[in-house]
Each structure stands twice: as structure tokens, then as C-alpha cells.
Design a protein around this ligand. Structure first.
Ligand SMILES: Cc1cc2nc3c(=O)[nH]c(=O)nc-3n(C[C@H](O)[C@H](O)[C@H](O)COP(=O)(O)OP(=O)(O)OC[C@H]3O[C@@H](n4cnc5c(N)ncnc54)[C@H](O)[C@@H]3O)c2cc1C
Length: 572
């Protein structure tokens, strides 16, 4: 018997415009460490199996609520308060609570300090695994995390300053209040090198450091730990709410490095004035500022006139983190794109089952795995170098520049392709992909933009033929596994050792090309040794064998797309 709907039900049905289907579910609740198979394997391989349990706990945490904090911290960007209501300078930046939650998460899990607190072998590798896992929730808070981590080796150049600051910057409590670090028992560190007239070329710095005379105690002292007054400006100074800054300024002996606290020993505020916050493309949860130092009190770190040599220790560790950060972004793109494609259909089939989309996804996975292998191998070099292995020190010096250049360069287009896998949804903020896309170029620009890094590779090669030999020896550990790699390494070796044609000609102009070839050789060598055959073969064919195109999704059709994607997809 036909049933006639009641009039109000029929009217409701008419008002219902459509049913939502064929939209991928949100990727939440995943374990962002254990679901990242290449990272799990690299963590064990490079010497930190002991961190797996902690990283898994963190991976589960990060795959949950922090994802929302990342959105909130970027939608509610930091606000600068230069003065209080009475006109007094305060120079404070107000952050959304989500930012503070992310910072607390980072500090409590030792992302800023693990290698300096732990005595375990493999502690840089362990931190790298934790850092790359957490960066997938949000990247902005990684900036103060990294600078705090990286400040420690530079602080150690002056033992009395290290004794004062290291316990504070490695503490695992997060306290954002702008009070004396000794009162709150913790500190975060930033760096201020870049000025309006020059960032890469810090020798152009004009900020002046004047030695301070000590109240009738005779002439001003110079040298490590001595007190100075700094006057000048800095054009980029990120995370200005940090408690101390490593600052470059011109002392009478030349460019020198200083430790500058925001709060003075007598609890008053240092003359560190925030002029404005930068309106940035991405990295919007984090505050990056322009500052003026108006006779700010500071202490010299390292030797007078040796500012670059002192701060380079900090710079090297931040460059390591740029590589880790760019790798984490690629991993995020792969996790999201493979998840989306596994749930979205077009033309009657899941995207994940369509040959051309499988090629794109597999290519993104291959790049992500190559970056992961390289980043984790680099982290191990930091462990080995600290343990006193001479070859590791040489490898670290050269490979840091190579990896910072290459992995960071690969990230922006990787983010774009991952975004395109979502179609229109990828272009919309809710997906998180625009945020990833905006963040990606930053890793390449700061801490040494592309050209500067490529030139740094040439510098390292010129200074130390041993570094070149150690690098080539590492690459050759993959010899015999793949003919394309062998041929590539033979050409690279000729080029680096001078046997190749026209070696010296136009060397500087070829710096990017040389660095790229070195990076590809190292990545391929790591993959043929440690990755599944499907991944290594796809990499060598497309990146070394001339069988790939300029865009992602141009792997040879013979590649095993299914095996590659399955390895990288976060299990449902
Ligand atoms: C969001 C953000 C936050 C930042 N935070 C900080 C911070 O906290 N502290 C800080 O000190 N700095 C910070 N920076 C500054 C950053 O490190 C510099 O912008 C960067 O080092 C480049 O310096 P520059 O901007 O002066 O560019 P320039 O030095 O003018 O370089 C411009 C271009 O020229 C290229 N170039 C330079 N020299 C050569 C050469 N010899 N041959 C060929 N090409 C060359 C560079 O690769 C670059 O592409 C931040 C930057 C950004 C974007």
C-alpha cells in the first residue's frame, strides 16, 4: 500500500538540498610517529631505538588536539603591545593560548634540549624523530624551539655564560611571563643577526657594541663575559618574547657575538624595543619582529672580533633543523595526500586507484623518504661528531650545507603537489594545505638562503679535501647496488676531485648544480642501502637515470606505485 508522507515531512524533504558524500574524513587520531614507517626505521638504524616508545606517545598526542591548536594559533596571530596604557614601553607580544599549549608541548617533550640533557648515544637522532613528528601539527612554534636548542653549543664557547644560561634554556618547564629567567627557572633563546642592509652578509652589521666601564673599577674590560652596551637595530628578530638573544654587533675588535637578556639582572627591562611585527606570507603563529637596541646591556660570547665563528655553532644547528622541518612538511603532505586519495573518487574509481594519481602520490612518497633518510643520517653525524669521531665532524660540516640547500628547496613544490591532490579542497584553509604551502619556502630562505648554502658547500669543499673524501666515501657505501647511482657517483667524484672537464671554470656559477648532484648522490646511496627496492629504484630511475620529468608524477610507469604508497600511507 502506498504511503503518502505527511505534509510537514514532504516539505522538509524538499528543503533538503543534498546529502554529503565522497568527501574524505579528517585525518585525526593517527599516531604521527609510528604511522611514518621510513622515520621509524631510520630512528632505529641511525642509533636511537630507545626513543621509539616516547616518540610513539608523542606521535599519538600530536595526531590529536595539537592539530587544532595549530589552526587556532595561526588564525589568532600574535599582537604587539609597545606601550602600556600609561605610555610606558613594555615591548610585549601577546599570543593565543593555543600557541602557549604548543610551546609547552615542545618544551615538556625536550624538543629544545634533549641532546643537551641526555647522555644516551643517538640523542640527536632521537630528538630529530620527535621534532619531525611534532612539526606536522604546526611549524611556527618550531622557531623558538630550534633557536633555544641551537643556542647551547654557542653558549658553551664561554663557560661562565654557559654555566649561567644552559640550565635555564634546557629546563623542561614553559613559562611565558617576561620575568627574570632565574626567577622562573627556564628561558627561551632567539638570535638577532640580520639588519636592514644585510642578512646573508652579516659583516655589514652596523649595530655597535661599546665596552662598559664598571663604576670606578678602572677601564672597561673586553673579551668573553665582559659587559657591553649595544646600540643599533635588527631587521628580523623572531620570537622576540624569548628571554635571551644571541646578537651580532661591531665591537672595537670587529664583529662579535653577545648574549643579551630581555630582563636585566636587577629585574628591569633591557633596552630592547620591538618596532613592529612582520606581516609574513606564512609562519603566522610565530612573531617575527624588527627591533631597536638603545644602549641594551649584553655580555660578550666568545672572543672579540670572532662573532661569526662563535654564532656559527648556533647557525649549524638551526640549519640541521631547517632540514628536519622541511622533511616534516613533506611527510605531512604525503600523509594528507595519500589519505585523501584513498577516500575520494572521481570518474567511478578511487583517486588512489587511478594510475596517474598513483604516480603523483608515489613520487611524493619517494621524495619524502629520500629527505627522511638524509635528515636522519645528518642527525647521526651530529651525534658522532659530539662523540669525537673526526670523520663525522667533516661529514657534518659538508652534509649540513648540502642537505639544508636541497631538502629545503624541494619542500615548496612538494607542498604544492600534495595540495593539488586535494583538488579545490586543498586550496581552502580548512584543509591545512594552504598553511603548509605558505610555510614551506621559509626553511630555504632563513638561516642561509639557497645561493648562500650552495656557496657554503663550495667553501667547505675548498677548505677541506678530507671533508670531500669523507662525503664521497659515505656515498660509495651504496656502490654496486644500482648502475645509475654508480655512474652518477663516478661523474660527481671526477667533478669534485678535479678530474672532470673544466672543473674550475665558472665554479661559483655552478654551485647549485654541484650541490644538487651531491645531495642526489647521498640520498640515492642511503635509499639503495636502506629503503625497499621499489623506493630506491623509483628514485634512481627518475632522479639519476633520466627517466623522470621536471614535475612530480613523472616516474617511469614500470615503478611499483602500490608498494611505495602503501609504505607511506598512515594506516586507516
Ligand atoms: C620569517 C623570517 C624570520 C626570520 N627570523 C630571523 C631571526 O630571528 N634572526 C635573524 O637574524 N634573522 C632572521 N631572519 C632573516 C633571514 O635569516 C635572512 O632574511 C636571510 O638570511 C637572508 O638575508 P637577507 O634577507 O638580508 O637577504 P640577502 O642577504 O640580501 O640575500 C638576497 C638573495 O641573494 C642571495 N645571495 C646573497 N649573497 C649571494 C652571493 N654571494 N651570491 C649569490 N647570491 C647571493 C641570497 O641567497 C638571497 O636569495 C628571518 C627571515 C624571515 C623571512
Amino acid at each position: 500500500m502506498a504511503v503518502t508522507p505527511r505534509p510537514e515531512v514532504a516539505a522538509a524533504a524538499l528543503r533538503r538540498t543534498h546529502t554529503v558524500f565522497n568527501q574524505a574524513p579528517e585525518l585525526v587520531g593517527a599516531d604521527l610517529f609510528s604511522g611514518n614507517q621510513p622515520l621509524v626505521e631510520a630512528t632505529v638504524r641511525e642509533g636511537a631505538p630507545w626513543i621509539a616508545e616516547r616518540a610513539t606517545t608523542l606521535g599519538r598526542i600530536v595526531g590529536g588536539e595539537p592539530l587544532r591548536w595549530g589552526f587556532e594559533a595561526n588564525e589568532n596571530t600574535p599582537v604587539l603591545h609597545t606601550h602600556d596604557r600609561y605610555g610606558n614601553r613594555i615591548d610585549e607580544v601577546e599570543f593565543h593560548p593555543a600557541w602557549h599549549r604548543l610551546m609547552a608541548l615542545s618544551v615538556e617533550h625536550e624538543l629544545h634540549s634533549l641532546p643537551w640533557r641526555s647522555q644516551q648515544p643517538g640523542r640527536h637522532v632521537a630528538r630529530a624523530a620527535m621534532y619531525m613528528t611534532t612539526m606536522q601539527a604546526e611549524a611556527g612554534f618550531a622557531c623558538p624551539t630550534t633557536m633555544t636548542f641551537a643556542a647551547v653549543p654557542a653558549l658553551r664557547s664561554t663557560p661562565e655564560l654557559a654555566a649561567q644560561w644552559e640550565p635555564l634554556v634546557t629546563a623542561t618547564s614553559y613559562e611565558p611571563a617576561l620575568v627574570r629567567a632565574t626567577d622562573k627557572g627556564s628561558a627561551l633563546a632567539g638570535m638577532a643577526m640580520t639588519e636592514k642592509q644585510g642578512g646573508s652578509d652579516v659583516r655589514a652589521n652596523t649595530t655597535v657594541a661599546q665596552p662598559l666601564a664598571r663604576f670606578g673599577l678602572g677601564p672597561a674590560l673586553a673579551g668573553p663575559g665582559a659587559e657591553y652596551e649595544l646600540t643599533g637595530h635588527k631587521w628580523f628578530c623572531s620570537a622576540p618574547m624569548c628571554d635571551l638573544f644571541l646578537v651580532l654587533a661591531q665591537a672595537p675588535e670587529g664583529l662579535s657575538c653577545f648574549v643579551l637578556p630581555r630582563i636585566l639582572p636587577d629585574s628591569t627591562r633591557n633596552a630592547f624595543h620591538i618596532q613592529r611585527l612582520k606581516n609574513k606570507l606564512g609562519n603566522r603563529s610565530n612573531a617575527s619582529s624588527e627591533i631597536e637596541l638603545d644602549g641594551a646591556w649584553a655580555q660578550m660570547l666568545g672572543e672579540p672580533g670572532r662573532g661569526v665563528a662563535t654564532i656559527i655553532e648556533m647557525v649549524a644547528h638551526t640549519r640541521l633543523d631547517c632540514t628536519l622541518g622541511a622533511t616534516a612538511m613533506m611527510r605531512l603532505g604525503v600523509a594528507q595526500a595519500t589519505h585523501h586519495a584513498a577516500h575520494r573518487s572521481a570518474f567511478g574509481a578511487l583517486l588512489a586507484d587511478q594510475p596517474l594519481m598513483r604516480n603523483v602520490l608515489a613520487d611524493l612518497c619517494v621524495e619524502s623518504e629520500a629527505s627522511t633518510a638524509l635528515a636522519m643520517r645528518l642527525a647521526r653525524a651530529y651525534d658522532d661528531a659530539e662523540a669525537g669521531v673526526e670523520e663525522a665532524e667533516l661529514f657534518k660540516r659538508l652534509a649540513t650545507a648540502v642537505a639544508k640547500y636541497w631538502v629545503c628547496k624541494r619542500a615548496p613544490n612538494h607542498a604544492f603537489e600534495a595540495m593539488e591532490c586535494f583538488g579545490g579542497n586543498g586550496y581552502v584553509e580548512d584543509s591545512g594545505m594552504p598553511r603548509l604551502y605558505r610555510e614551506a619556502p621559509l626553511m630555504s630562505i632563513w638561516e642561509g638562503a639557497g645561493n648562500v648554502m650552495a656557496l657554503d658547500v663550495l667553501r667547505a669543499l675548498a677548505r677541506s679535501p678530507q671533508a670531500r673524501d669523507v662525503f664521497l666515501a659515505e656515498v660509495r657505501e651504496g656502490a654496486g647496488a644500482d648502475k645509475r647511482l654508480d655512474a652518477h657517483v663516478a661523474r660527481l667524484s671526477d667533478e669534485l676531485t678535479g678530474a672532470g672537464p673544466g672543473r674550475a671554470h665558472g665554479l661559483e656559477a655552478r654551485a647549485r648544480a654541484i650541490t644538487e648532484r651531491m645531495a642526489l648522490a647521498l640520498e640515492a646511496s642511503l635509499l639503495v642501502r636502506h629503503a625497499p627496492a621499489a623506493v630506491a629504484d623509483a628514485f634512481c630511475a627518475s632522479r639519476l637515470g633520466g627517466e623522470g620529468g621536471l614535475e612530480y608524477g613523472t616516474l617511469p610507469a614500470s615503478c611499483d606505485f602500490g608498494a611505495i604508497i602503501e609504505r607511506h600511507r598512515i594506516p586507516a
